[in-house]
Design a protein around this ligand. Structure first.
Ligand SMILES: NC(=O)c1ccc[n+]([C@@H]2O[C@H](COP(=O)([O-])OP(=O)(O)OC[C@H]3O[C@@H](n4cnc5c(N)ncnc54)[C@H](O)[C@@H]3O)[C@@H](O)[C@H]2O)c1
Length: 258
């Protein structure tokens, strides 16, 4: 059902956490994957590992907040593999700060990577997909767009902006063959989440156990949980799913507020 064989897919932030799991799953499903991020060593190692397994994956260093980088990321995928079927606009950063403490540099980083990065990725992928008459772009949002997590004001705002982006892109570009979908992860065990534990007095494992108990399915999310959903949303089987955001959060959004 999640047939990605021979599809050409770009994954931004594709070398760590959720994006790495996506790159691995897509390549192992027979897709031709360009993984992009600012992690040179990790990116090269991931592409070499998947290539050694007999899959098709290349890495391209890309800062998604640079229009030149994003333009050449999309061009590299098309030059190398001949077309562009799907993009996962997944690169993101998190800074835990109350708005009264946030610096302008932190604000600009959050907005430049999480929002501008997604905007530029869509801007340069859409013309290729419209020319083909077909394509899909999946954006990684967050439940922080729906829940008022402490210290997540600007991060949550940068992710909520993607929801509006998805809706307008759908009305503008879906008539020309491009679908737009968001995935909204809950608490997923990745390097980003581990780094966010640094400010707490308890050790990470204790914090994770406490969080897992609060999630209705009684466990944290794994990067693979998100990757499987993204693979389905990119597949032709999901062809009528468009302009919406799919929560992948074990039921977190169902919790009562007390
Ligand atoms: N982990 C969670 O609990 C969680 C929950 C909700 C949403 N998310 C979102 O999921 C996405 C992936 O996060 P993750 O948890 O896997 O984190 P991660 O830190 O493991 O991965 C983030 C990736 O983004 C890349 N990146 C950062 N800045 C970049 C830039 N300027 N240009 C290009 N790439 C850049 C990093 O190199 C890395 O590959 C992010 O958008 C994040 O906001 C994560």
């Amino acid at each position: 059902m999640n047939d990605l064989k021979d599809k050409v897919i770009v994954v931004t932030g594709g070398t760590s956490g959720i994006g790495e799991a996506c790159t691995e799953l897509f390549a192992r499903s027979g897709a031709k994957v360009l993984a992009a991020s600012i992690q040179d060593a990790e990116g090269r190692a991931l592409a070499e590992r998947l290539t050694a397994e007999g899959h098709q994956c290349v890495f391209q260093r890309t800062d998604v907040s640079s229009e030149d980088d994003v333009r050449s990321m999309i061009a590299a995928a098309v030059d190398r593999f001949g077309r562009l079927d799907a993009v996962h606009a997944n690169a993101g950063v998190l800074r835990n700060q109350k708005i009264t403490d946030i610096t302008l540099d932190e604000f600009h980083l959050l907005v430049n990577v999480n929002l501008l990065g997604a905007v530029l990725t869509a801007k340069h992928a859409i013309p290729v997909m419209e020319k083909q008459g077909k394509g899909v772009i999946v954006f990684t949002t967050s439940v922080a767009a729906d829940i008022g997590f402490p210290g997540h004001a600007v991060y949550g705002a940068s992710k909520a902006a993607l929801v509006a982006l998805i809706r307008s892109l759908t009305t503008d570009h879906s008539p020309h063959g491009v679908r737009f979908v968001g995935v909204s992860p809950g608490t997923i065990d990745t390097p980003m989440l581990a780094a966010s534990c640094a400010g707490f007095s308890k050790p990470k494992d204790e914090l994770y156990a406490e969080v897992a108990k609060k999630i209705p399915v009684q466990r944290m999310g794994r990067p693979e949980d998100v990757a499987r959903a993204v693979a389905f949303l990119m597949s032709d089987a999901a062809g009528f799913i468009n302009g919406c955001v799919v929560p992948i959060e074990g039921g977190t959004l169902c919790l009562p507020p007390w």
